[in-house]
Design a protein around this ligand. Sequence first.
Ligand code: PLP
Length: 341
Amino acid sequence: MSLPIIDLRSDTLTKPTPSMLEAMFSAPVGDDVFGEDPTVNSLEQKLADMFGMEAGLFCPSGTMTNQIAIRLHTGPQQEVICHEYSHIYLYEAGGIMANSRASVKLLPGAYGKITATDIAAAISLDDVHACETSLISLENTMNKGGGSIYTLEEVRPIRQLCLQHGIKLHLDGARLFNALVVSGESTQAWGGEFDTISICLSKGLGCPVGSVLLGSKSDIKRARKIRKSFGGGMRQAGFLAAAGIYALDHHVDRLAEDHARARELGRVLENHPLIAEILPVPTNIVIARLQGITPADMLQKLEAQGIKAVRFGKDLVRFVTHLDFGDAHLIEFEARMGKIA
Ligand SMILES: *Cc1c(COP(=O)(O)O)cnc(C)c1O
């Protein structure tokens, strides 16, 4: 008998709930390239208002919102400074170079985070030899840092540096709501610190598709044109935007449940003989360091028990909790882990 799969590869794997589907089916729509889709317009305005920013742009993916932001704020002979684990650098198919012909300066830092002090030492301005720093990009939560969280206290000195040197600040907030649910900090306060913010609706919020880029009216106007050139202008996209509106109303507070289950999952894993340690679990991402087994072999053992995870480095495996992973799945997960030796 084949077991129902417990799929913890990513929080992008969720299916829309019946209520979300209902909201999607009943959405009023129009042609968004003409600016005439009322549901897309409401989603963009709703998120912009939440963050106290002027405007928003609905896009097919978080890669597109990030890449548009990079294109807005950089160009040839300019660079973006970010952590060496950043999604924009590792997982966007070389887009910084391909889309913006810009360079990257990578910084190290614990749990995927960079500090104002390290950034200050890395910025290059009036130097004929150097690539000019025009953008700093942060990621919150930090995926490859184990879902780690930046606080406003850490961000503010970075913002000060940017203002001082005329450098733009972008936030890859694919999982920003996961961070805010934990820190209790407000969307308004976060909106005040960045030139642009990318928010994914298709991660923990449980939508089938979509991300929104937030920024000033003039940046979003330019972003709309860049989106068109990337092939991201969608037509009756309101059916998808409706899922986003539904998720913002119903799926934000519940992220705390994903975090609690992730901590439990970490506790189940940490005593397993094939696992050396579990990285701290501040949000919904659990990273296990293996011992005496390769990630490929571990994934095979997990798969044999109907559990899916991903390799996340030389000796690391990642598990992500989400909307479709409930308490019953957690109990079943523990039982199945007990069968792996
Ligand atoms: C998922 C993710 C994105 C965007 O990914 P898409 O699959 O293109 O939507 C961006 N940044 C981070 C940190 C992510 O985890």
